[in-house]
Design a protein around this ligand. Structure first.
Ligand code: PMP
Length: 455
């Protein structure tokens, strides 16, 4: 048998020669070589050299019940033996997809009772665009098709979801953004509003929606898409004045409110969904990631009675779907994942204990000379660095310092991700208070090391 280092070198060589990575600069990667992640247990991942890292990102904001859940493996194996696949296109259905749709209806906000399955968050957002536009079309209002999204939003990587996304780098390809999707300001109080209270700023940014509606004409608008907390954009938590005003505007102008809960869903904010944490009543929801804790790919569009009634009562086919919509093995994984979350009361645990513990432990980093801002909710957070805290100054180049701290975190056995001048965290929901202590200790140590080596 080969020894570990040569196994690692073998995999790294295969990676260089045959593998194209998402969201990666391949020139940079060829020089640095990827870390090969071989196994995982609980909140820890292990690389091919046997190094243990605390996974402060739950995979990619998704492994909510933690790694190594044999029960999910068994549930999937049982399902695959019985029925590995069947489609739901042609007046057929499968028990696993039905049980999952029913289970979801008991957890999602009041009125969200129907579920359309896809395989990824991006696909579920594409589906939601089509559901929203079809709704208006079926009501005889086809001109109501413009979608409003927000700056700095992340909604996915298909051409439509990337167009919904509000990051300039995602629009830097000829296909994007597609027509009919517009963006408004996002409520990033720390970065944008030194001279205003959070509440004032929350109201002002929410009113950007009303201004856009009046500019384009409500009669042309289908829906407003938003994450309850912007995740990949840097865990931007809206001031408390924001969501009530957004809800008011959507109601006043009869605009469908679509909440993208791909990250905030399934306990991340201390409730089953961010919509419940922030008192939002959506017309459509986007669910993925924590739905199956990433054990198999599956996503869903949650559809309200208002939208479902129209789509289900008019004759004619909704011309949309994926081969693997409602895949039985993925649905079985999701069902078992939810059963574990309920049995272990993980959502309550995040809401009452580990969420507040995590936010308080990170907030104590504000005594560090380089930490300018800490924000988050439940088990998602961003720690923002600044070379001059009183002015909330940014680093030049933006993110240079955060990237160094992130590299030291990796070397110290902690996975995190740099976003602008911040580091974002979203550990598995099973993280204990002691492991939260370990995470914050490793972060502070890494920060001190970067400071000691000179900024
Ligand atoms: N919406 C949000 C809020 C996300 O964070 C993501 C992925 N990070 C997506 C959609 C896209 O999901 P996927 O990568 O599964 O397509």
């Amino acid at each position: 048998m080969q020894t570990s280092p040569s196994r690692t070198a073998h995999w790294q060589s295969l990676d260089v020669h045959h593998h194209m990575h998402p969201f990666t600069d391949h020139v940079e990667l060829a020089n640095e070589k990827p870390m090969v992640i071989e196994r995982a247990e609980g909140v820890y991942i292990y690389d091919s050299e046997g190094r243990q890292l605390l996974d402060g990102m739950a995979g990619l904001w998704c492994v909510n019940v933690g790694y190594g859940r044999e029960e999910i493996v068994d549930a999937v194996a049982r399902q695959m033996r019985q029925l590995p696949f069947y489609n739901t296109f042609f007046k057929t259905t499968t028990p696993a997809a039905l049980e999952l749709a029913h289970k979801l209806s008991t957890l999602t906000p009041e009125g969200i009772d129907y579920f359309f399955f896809s395989n990824s968050g991006s696909e579920a957002n594409d589906t939601n665009i089509r559901l929203a536009q079809s709704y208006w079309q079926l009501l005889g209002r086809p001109e109501r098709k413009v979608i409003i999204s927000r700056n700095n939003a992340y909604h996915g990587s298909t051409i439509a979801a990337a167009s919904l996304t509000g990051m300039a780098s995602m629009h830097d390809i000829p296909a994007c953004p597609i027509d009919g999707i517009v963006h408004i300001a996002n409520p990033d109080w720390y970065a944008c509003a030194q001279d205003m209270t959070e509440d004032e700023y929350g109201l002002q940014t929410a009113q950007a929606l009303e201004a856009k509606v009046l500019e384009l004409g409500a009669e042309n608008i289908a829906a407003f898409f938003a994450e309850p907390i912007q995740g990949a954009g840097g865990v931007i938590v809206a001031p408390k004045t924001y969501w009530p005003e957004i809800q008011r505007i959507c109601r006043k102008y009869d605009i469908l409110l679509v909440v993208d809960e791909v990250i905030t869903g399934f306990g991340r904010t201390g409730a089953w969904f961010g919509a419940q944490t922030f008192g939002i009543q959506p017309d459509l929801m986007t669910l993925a990631k924590g739905l199956s804790s990433g054990y198999l790919p599956i996503s869903a569009s949650g559809v309200s009675e208002r939208v479902a009634k129209v789509l289900r009562s008019k004759p004619g086919r909704f011309p949309h779907g994926y081969t693997y919509s409602g895949h039985p093995a993925a649905a079985a994984a999701a069902l078992k994942n939810i059963e574990i979350m309920e049995r272990e009361r993980l959502v309550q645990q995040v809401g009452e204990r580990t969420g507040p513990c995590f936010q308080n432990a990170l907030a104590r980093l504000l005594d560090h000379p380089m930490v300018g801002h800490v924000r988050g909710h439940g088990l998602m957070a961003c720690v923002v660095f600044s070379p001059d805290k009183t002015r909330r100054a940014a680093f030049n180049p933006l993110g240079g310092f955060a990237t160094k701290v992130r590299n030291h975190c990796f070397a110290n056995g902690l996975v995190t991700r740099a976003v602008g001048d911040g580091l974002v965290f979203a550990p598995p929901l099973v993280i204990t208070e002691a492991q939260i202590g370990e995470l914050v200790h490793k972060l502070r140590k890494s920060l001190d090391e970067v400071l000691a080596h000179g900024v």
